[in-house]
Design a protein around this ligand. Sequence first.
Ligand code: DAH
Length: 339
Amino acid sequence: MIDKINQLKAEIEALSAANAQEVEALRIKYLSKKGEISALMADFRTVPAEQKRELGQKLNELKTLATDKLNAMREALEQTDNLSDDFDLSRSAAPMPLGSRHPLSLVKNEIISIFSRLGFTIAEGPEIEDDWHVFSSLNFAEDHPARDMQDTFFIQRNPDVLLRTHTSSVQSRVMEKTQPPIRIICPGRVYRNEAISARAHCFFHQVEALYVDKNVSFADLRQTLLYFAREMFGPETKIRLRPSYFPFTEPSAEMDISCNLCGGKGCSFCKHTGWVEILGCGMVDPNVLEACGIDSKVYNGFALGMGVERITNLKYQVKDLRMFSENDVRFLEQFQAAH
Ligand code: DAH
């Protein structure tokens, strides 16, 4: 009997099957009531008492071996069955929902691409800034009320550390490190301590442009603005410049464009004036150039800064600023890149 057990053991260890039916046939051959192992169990009754212990143990081991082996074969076959299902190349792919770009990113990218066609390259600076780069280097006098124009978030313990209120701070960072010609565009987030409402938020986005070289004129600025306005809002767009004040530019101006909702005829969006304001600009104040280590007798330049939310509102008529930061997909998925 011991020989028979050993022979079956070797046989079972070497078993293989190509499919589930073959496994079932092997189960019947070895483990069913009329199978080989059951037959051995029946013979076991005739085994002399002194061999019962050893042979009983061996028989049980054989039965466990056969059961485990057949189970393992069944599982292996099931797995390869599933695998072959997954590799069915004719099956249609699981749908993969595509996200959409945030409207502010779309507009920011469009502004960048317009200015890059004029040779401007991107420059970036930190959002957590110091007084020098946000105010002092930009010709804000220590006690000048213009500092109050921008409700600054200060770090309480150190009033020299603050969240930048405009991307003009990147101007001074670049001018400190680079000699002209400089032609940069600075997109980024800015912060102001404002009560949040449909028309104001404590953070928003700006794009700043700076051009410094020899013999830069106000006409260069005006032509750049006209090119930008027409590329952004269409070839019929008109611009007008109104005198204004910024500490870092002299002279300074604000630019309006003809209202692109009513085409300049007058509507509630443009408060029936036919014009909407979109940015501030001017010739870089010589004090700013000097503060940043650029010789103002040799070089001059122009700068301009605009709010990305404002341009986006004009393009897409978003009435409530808060929607830009609520992350509601029903709002976000309405915007498509123009290109
Ligand atoms: N920094 C100004 C603001 O946040 C915008 C601005 C105005 C930027 C005139 C300029 C500029 O570069 O020349 O309101």
